[in-house]
Design a protein around this ligand. Structure first.
Ligand SMILES: [Ca+2]
Length: 543
């Protein structure tokens, strides 16, 4: 045993956590020796040193550029389970911490991009396929245990085994564990907090799909709105007109004409103002069935018998942007082709109704009364992470901290869903401001993108290069909150020219801890975050 290793062991036992964190940065055993680690229900399949730049993940993800020990394994909590997971540990410069990635959509593959991001920040990083292969719901019919693995079990077991492996490799305790992800990954983060409050010290929750059954009902609601009535489909050119008309009505309400609506709840845009002259059609006007379709999408689904709202609708100030409504909501001019319709049809067809063959389920069959009740009774306990009682996470030995963020113009998961959950949580958790904060991003679409400032370190790809400043990097802000007790009041977001960091910064703007919003102070450039304050809205809660 080297002097360094002895020092590490001694510090782990006797010294403060912060000193150990700074010192325990190198391995205490060989990477390859981890192949024989005995872990519950787990088989280690790979334990190998990976030199920087030599592992090229499938798809567009670039090679992992940090030298690391790669451990892969399979966890089988049931006879039908096969949860593949990986944990990668930097060979040098470990920051003493674990950062789990999440997996978007229907998951089904290891998130190597998220692992690479964690390694670049000095973390041990991990991910799981959540128990099935491929980003569809094809795994589900006849495999209820695999559905549970995807719903919540895999992420917990991945966290537990990853911690076991990291501790064995470095021979030192993990100082802090974090989770950062978006969309289904945001749902995973809230699920972990609600079911397994000891798994993470801090979670970064992006645009969560946490009200899963109702969100997916909304996907089919939009499909019906666009395709059940002849001529209701809304083309991309018409959506560009909807966006322009929305901005003409509402852009200036926040005091700055910048193509972004700071709080779209204050914008009352009526698509009927774009009506084509009676009996005509055109590229930038709406026919009566199209007006009805846009109104339905803006309203969101409701129960036809009781009128009860099922899920919030969508805003329109970025409706024409390429990655916005045309991708997620309207899609090509056939049913089942938008991203929402793909996800919605697969959920109700393959998971709820367990139809053995894909593509059979009829989207027109969904009834927003009995079918939603049936779906909730069968699936909500597995998929929904909507429990507002976070007292176990808030009151754990080391108080847990949550930062949630959401793009106001999200075309996949309505931003109002996160606000609804935040308000429910606030009512259920007195003192919530001490452990849970929400940051809304005006003009941002799903997990990034859109006309608003949309890069604030929510993933390393959406951070300023090599910048780990908690003032403009939201993961660093979470670390500072957990480790130093400094709550985040604002995080400066960047809008790059054409969303390309290589082309330079167009604008910076603070994202404010909800319900505060960014207000222009009245002098200086409106492209500079320094000229904005975070202020309480006149009618907002003052906490
Ligand atoms: Ca504006």
């Amino acid at each position: 045993m080297t002097f360094d290793a002895i020092t590490i062991r001694a510090l782990a036992i006797f010294a403060s956590a912060s000193i150990a964190s700074a010192t325990a940065s190198a391995a205490s055993v060989s990477c390859e020796s981890l192949a024989t680690l005995a872990l519950t229900d787990t088989t280690i399949t790979i334990a190998a040193t990976v030199p920087a730049g030599t592992f090229d993940p499938p798809g567009p993800t670039p090679p992992v550029d940090t030298a690391a020990c790669r451990v892969a394994g399979s966890i089988k909590p049931t006879s039908d389970s096969n949860i593949q997971f990986e944990v990668w540990m930097p060979l040098s410069g470990w920051n003493g911490k674990f950062l789990s990635a999440g997996e978007g959509g229907y998951a089904g593959s290891i998130n190597y991009g998220g692992i690479a991001d964690a390694l670049r920040r000095g973390y041990a990083g991990g991910s799981t396929d959540t128990g099935h292969v491929g980003g569809t719901a094809d795994f589900a019919p006849g495999h209820p245990e695999k559905v549970v693995d995807f719903g919540w079990r895999a992420k917990h077991l991945q966290a537990a085994r990853s911690k076991d492996i990291i501790t064995a490799f470095y021979g030192a305790p993990i100082q802090h564990s974090y989770f950062s992800s978006c969309s289904n990954g945001g749902r995973q983060a809230l699920m972990e907090v609600q079911r397994f409050p000891e798994d993470y010290d801090g979670v970064l929750v992006g645009a969560p799909a946490n009200d899963w059954t109702h969100l997916f009902a909304g996907f089919v609601w939009n499909e019906q709105a666009l395709f059940e009535t002849t001529g209701a489909y809304v083309s991309a050119s018409k959506l560009a007109a909807v966006q322009a008309a929305t901005l003409a009505t509402c852009d200036a309400l926040d005091g700055v004409v910048d193509g972004v609506v700071e709080d779209p709840r204050k914008c009352s845009f009526d698509p009927a103002t774009l009506a084509c002259p009676a009996g005509t059609d055109g590229a930038s006007c709406l026919t009566p069935p199209q007006i009805t379709a846009v109104q339905k999408i803006m309203a969101g689904p409701s129960n036809p018998r009781t009128g009860a709202h099922i899920f919030p609708g969508y805003f329109t100030s970025a409706a024409g942007a390429p990655g916005s409504w045309p991708l997620w909501i309207t899609g090509p001019a056939v049913p089942g082709a938008s991203v929402q319709a793909f996800f919605g049809n697969a959920f109700f067809g393959r998971i709820v109704d367990e139809i053995p063959a894909p593509g059979v389920w009829d989207y027109t069959s969904l009834d927003f009364d009995a079918d939603i009740a049936f779906t909730d009774a069968k699936e909500a306990a597995t998929f929904n992470a909507t429990n507002p009682d976070l007292s176990a996470f808030r009151q754990r030995n080391r108080q847990g901290r949550i930062i949630m963020w959401h793009g106001w113009e999200d075309p996949a998961i309505s931003a109002l869903s996160s606000i609804n959950y935040f308000e429910q949580m606030a009512n259920a958790n007195p003192g919530n401001r001490s452990f849970f904060r929400l940051f809304m991003a005006p003009g941002m679409t799903h997990c990034g993108g859109g006309p608003g400032p949309n890069a604030f370190g929510q993933s390393l790809a959406q951070a300023r290069p090599l910048n780990h400043d908690p003032e403009n990097d939201i993961l660093s802000a979470l670390e500072r909150w957990v480790e130093q007790g400094v709550p985040p009041e604002r995080v400066v977001a960047v809008k790059y020219v054409n969303d390309n960091p290589a082309l330079g910064i167009l604008r910076t703007r603070p994202l404010c801890a909800y319900p505060k919003t960014a207000v222009y102070v009245g002098s200086g450039s409106t492209d500079d975050a320094a000229n904005f304050d975070c202020r309480q809205p006149n009618n907002g809660r003052n906490d």
